[in-house]
Design a protein around this ligand. Structure first.
Ligand code: TXA
Ligand code: MG
Length: 342
């Protein structure tokens, strides 16, 4: 299959592809999503096949307006309406109990609930309106790889496997939406993102936050939590936040025969000799917002270097606020490992 790179002037073509039951990747403010008509089970099945995604991992249903929830959700909780007013369109996914049979089980993974969000990207909102159907949208990468933040990342992973990519430029947030489960008595954050606990607490005072890791055997609340994630081919090692001596770490790795990549802020990049490694600037101003925007792009870029990089050292941040989401993604891609000389 030839994969078309579609521009904003080719929305009608993107709509036709979706309504023909094929796949179009779409831009959002977080990461690119792999779009299919959420009401068409055959189309949705192609999403799992293209990504190589385990089929027990349910998908987020993307809408362009809160009124589009009506066919799926009998009663929208009052807090959800308040949250939607404040955060939609935006990087918040909400999980609701759904009307039985209102969505194909290939979307929900057979659960009695489903995840919904209105993404904050005009092109995609226009596409959903034009198509007149909600779109499923997992991140548009090969399962297990860093999520795509440009149309080029999508093409890198999925060329030949999907019909098109709608090019909306680089995403601004860079990591996936906060997933909030509102289907239970005590609302819980299942995946940290840009919308943080302190944003939600004024509306949901009894919120709980979990980001617990789950083993392969357990049935986790968000099925996606049990899978290996965000892993480039090179191994990823985190650098302790208080480390000053990046050069010593690089020397240690180079002496053991490794080719090293560094993903860190400008002030850190100034602390090592360029000839010893390759690097990617995570942030100029050393902010976690900018680091989050560039994390996946940086991992991908260093992984593409020739000759191949063996180890990527990545700067950590304090795990508070948006730092919680940044560290959640980084810990998964590093399989929780820090650099240490032992
Ligand atoms: O920012 C985002 O959310 C991006 C963009 C494209 O919108 N999408 C995204 O989708 O990250 P995905 O499929 O990679 O992640 C969806 C997460 C998974 O961890 C999944 O297990 C969880 O949401 N999820 C979906 N439906 C669920 C449900 N009914 N109950 C619990 N967790 C659910
Ligand atoms: Mg994903």
């Amino acid at each position: 299959m030839e994969t078309m790179l579609l521009t904003k002037d080719e929305l009608a073509q993107a709509k036709d592809i979706i309504l023909a039951g094929e796949l179009v990747a779409f831009p959002t403010e977080t990461v690119y999503g792999l779009g299919a008509d959420a009401t068409n089970p055959e189309a949705v099945a192609k999403v799992y096949a293209a990504k190589g995604r385990p089929s027990d991992n349910p998908l987020i249903v993307h809408l362009s307006d809160i009124n589009e929830l009506a066919p799926f959700v009998e009663e929208i909780p009052e807090v959800a309406i308040k949250l939607a007013q404040q955060f939609w369109p935006g990087p918040l996914t909400m999980i609701f109990k759904i009307i039985p049979g209102s969505l194909p089980s290939v979307v929900t993974g057979g659960l009695a609930t489903a995840a919904f969000r209105i993404p904050n990207h005009q092109l995609t909102l226009d596409l959903i309106k034009l198509a007149g159907v909600p779109l499923v949208g997992p991140s548009a990468n090969t399962s297990g790889k860093p999520s795509p933040t440009t149309a080029q990342h999508v093409l890198h992973d999925l060329t030949g496997k999907i019909a098109g990519v709608l090019d909306g430029g680089s995403t601004t947030v860079g990591i996936e939406s906060t997933v909030l489960d509102l289907s239970v008595d005590q609302p819980v954050i299942l995946r940290p993102g840009k919308i943080v606990e302190t944003d939600l607490l004024p509306i949901i005072p009894h919120l709980i936050q979990t980001t617990s890791q789950v083993s392969q055997e357990e049935q986790p609340k968000a099925p996606g939590m049990k899978y290996q994630h965000y892993s480039p081919e090179a191994s990823v090692l985190m650098m302790p936040i208080d480390t000053d001596d990046w050069q010593a770490a690089i020397n240690h790795l180079v002496e053991s025969g490794k080719r090293v990549g560094i993903l860190a802020s400008e002030n850190v990049l100034n602390k090592h000799r360029e000839k010893d490694c390759v690097s990617f600037e995570l942030t100029v101003n050393n902010t976690v917002e900018e680091a989050s925007r560039n994390l996946f792009a940086g991992l991908r870029s260093l992984d593409e270097m020739q000759p191949k990089v063996d180890v990527i050292l990545v700067q950590t941040y304090q795990g508070t606020g948006l730092g919680k989401a940044y560290m959640n993604r980084l810990q998964k891609s590093a399989d929780n490992r820090y650099f240490s000389e032992q």
